[in-house]
Design a protein around this ligand. Structure first.
Ligand SMILES: Nc1nc2c(c(=O)[nH]1)N[C@H]1C(S)=C(S)[C@@H](COP(=O)(O)OP(=O)(O)OC[C@H]3O[C@@H](n4cnc5c(N)ncnc54)[C@H](O)[C@@H]3O)O[C@H]1N2
Ligand code: MOO
Length: 394
């Protein structure tokens, strides 16, 4: 059995960044830019007032001075004239200032009588002016190596970028396998359970930027599996769950091989998730997740998400964090154990507690867990207070 790190390296060899496409800014949330955007203008394009008040030239900015208001500059409508000594203009937030080197005095800090304003006896130190270009300059490039956030869309809009070049979303085909499975909303027979894997794995994939094609459940026959694999045609990545182990009904590897699977590996030193399988089927990558819901979920976090990241031009890594054990834990066996755990915030490192029941079929424990406590293979027992690593689940 290969290690988790080797398996990650091998699944990443199966995929590469997808081609770029151009999308309107409105459709770019969560997408990853494939080429830099350039600012079409300098922002702000002119030095602008940050407040509503009065603009006056530097020599007139004296405590108690009285000035005559001779015009107005509003956002979108600047004051065209020039000012003589002792004159000022009314100015509003976002409006261009008439010249360099002046000050905006807040309207609530002056006394106004007709066309005259009188400055206060104590003057504020700030000029309340946003200098031209303080945000970005025309031609500035923007291409963050992360999914675009709402704030990124605001920045791109401010740069006058209406369309962006982004990596195409990975298209994944999800295939659940097993005679025992029915879909939520259907009535399970006495020997049946609900298909939950497609929902958790599909949601993990969508949250990581993929488009998910959820295919009909494949039954435990070669014909059924072949039929459903045919429906995965055109997907970038085919993700099966179940039928990966050694039982006589575990046909996925066999049928996939008949259909041309070049297997990269099968079985890893990981708990849960031992029977994980991966390879290449024609142009598509194939990831065969174990059937147990927790195993499928943990494998999706550990392997599917980094594959999707690489396909979208992102760095693909696991980023373990540190926490302090809240309770003792026992030794691990010959597989790296990813224990479902709960975090508790403290003023320092968070505290982490592994759930008592680590059965890889427990959906309720999985839903409560917000972290995977990483226990290296062959690790000894650990005491409360020791520092350990975990992967966040939320
Ligand atoms: N003799 C051995 N038995 C098993 C081994 C082993 O090494 N030797 N490995 C165990 C491990 S570890 C795992 S994990 C499971 C995985 O087996 P499969 O991938 O073949 O999965 P199935 O047998 O098809 O299903 C396992 C379990 O999960 C349920 N299941 C399957 N698909 C779904 C789904 N879409 N939604 C919800 N639940 C699903 C299925 O009903 C079974 O209960 O094998 C161990 N056995
Ligand atoms: O992946 Mo299996 O859970 O190791 O039970």
């Amino acid at each position: 059995m290969i290690s988790v790190e080797e398996a990650l390296a091998k699944v990443l060899e199966l995929v590469g960044p997808l081609p770029a496409e151009t999308v309107p800014l409105r459709a770019a949330l969560g997408r990853v830019m494939a080429a830099p955007a350039r600012a079409g203008l300098t922002q702000p394009p002119f030095s602008a007032s940050a407040m509503d008040g009065y603009w006056l030239a530097a020599p007139d900015h004296r405590p108690g001075a009285t000035l005559t208001v001779v015009g107005e500059s509003a956002a979108g409508r600047s004051f065209g004239g020039t000012l003589a000594a002792g004159q000022c203009i009314r100015i509003f937030t976002g409006a261009p200032v008439p010249a360099d080197g002046g000050t905006v005095v807040l309207q609530e800090n002056v006394t106004r009588a007709g066309d005259a304003i009188t400055l206060p006896d104590t003057l504020a130190e700030t000029d309340n002016i946003r200098p031209r270009g303080q945000d970005f300059a025309e031609g500035a490039e923007f291409c963050p190596a992360r999914p675009l956030t709402p704030a990124d869309l605001g920045l791109l809009a401010g740069m006058n970028v209406a369309e962006v070049s982004v990596y195409r979303r990975p298209e994944i085909a999800l295939i659940a396998t097993g005679d025992e499975l029915v879909m939520p909303g259907e009535a399970p027979g006495p020997d049946q359970i609900l298909c939950s894997n497609n929902f958790v794995v599909g949601a993990i994939a969508e949250a990581a930027g993929a488009r998910v094609r959820m295919l009909p459940i494949a039954r435990d026959t070669e014909d059924s599996l072949r039929g459903v694999f045919a429906l995965a045609e055109g997907a970038d990545l085919v993700v099966t769950s179940g039928g990966a182990s050694v039982g006589s009904h575990d046909l996925v590897g066999q049928v996939a091989a008949e259909l041309g699977l070049e297997r990269s590996f099968w079985k890893i030193a990981m708990r849960p998730g031992k029977p994980l399988m991966a390879g290449k089927m024609g142009a598509a990558a194939m990831l065969g997740l174990p059937g147990n819901p927790v195993s499928a979920t943990v494998c999706a976090h550990l392997f599917l998400v980094p594959m999707l990241q690489k396909m979208q031009g992102l760095p693909a890594t696991h980023a373990p964090r540190r926490a302090m054990l809240a309770e003792d834990v026992g030794p691990t066996g010959p597989r790296t154990h990813f224990m479902r755990a709960r975090l508790r915030e403290t003023e320092g490192l968070p505290e982490i507690t592994a759930f008592a029941n680590q059965d890889s079929a427990m959906l309720s424990v999985l839903a409560e867990a917000d972290a995977l406590l990483i226990r290296p293979l062959g690790d000894g027992p650990r005491k409360a207070g020791e520092i350990v690593e975990y992967l966040p689940l939320r």
